[in-house]
Write a protein that binds this ligand. Structure first.
Ligand code: ZN
Ligand code: ZN
Length: 134
């Protein structure tokens, strides 16, 4: 029997509204689908609950990186709560690491491909380079 069966059973019992599927990566797809990596993935339960946190918080849309970071921080707070419900140890240093790498990824994405400067976003989510877009 796969080792996370108990966890998944509880997940489906407590949150029957969601469709849980296995996929290539941990991902919440609005409105009600959660994709999970294979059960033998390190910290499987922790990351599964993180996606559940996004779902529970109704994280459907975002336009700017600032919004995304705010959502990510909120989702990690909620993950902590969910870990308590499921009796899983919340590894805050792992959460910090994930948040850092998320911030990093967004930062890389924001760099101008022509000149390397950090671009800024207007509220519609479009990036503008302070050097090239003048
Ligand atoms: Zn997240
Ligand atoms: Zn530029």
């Amino acid at each position: 029997m796969p080792k996370n069966t108990k966890f998944l059973t509880k997940l489906e019992e407590l949150y029957p509204n969601y469709h849980i599927h296995f996929g290539k990566k941990f991902m919440f797809r609005p409105p009600k689908t959660i994709y999970l990596e294979p059960e033998n993935t390190p910290n499987f339960e922790f990351f599964a609950l993180h996606e559940l946190a996004h779902a529970e918080l109704g994280h459907f849309t975002f336009k700017t990186d600032v919004e995304r970071i705010k959502m990510e921080v909120a989702a990690w707070d909620k993950t902590k709560e969910l870990c308590q419900i499921f009796g899983i140890n919340f590894d805050s240093s792992l959460a910090d690491e994930e948040l850092d790498s998320y911030r990093n990824w967004l930062h890389q994405k924001s760099l101008c491909k022509k000149c390397g400067l950090t671009r800024y976003q207007t509220p519609d989510g479009t990036y503008h380079c302070p050097h090239c877009d003048l």
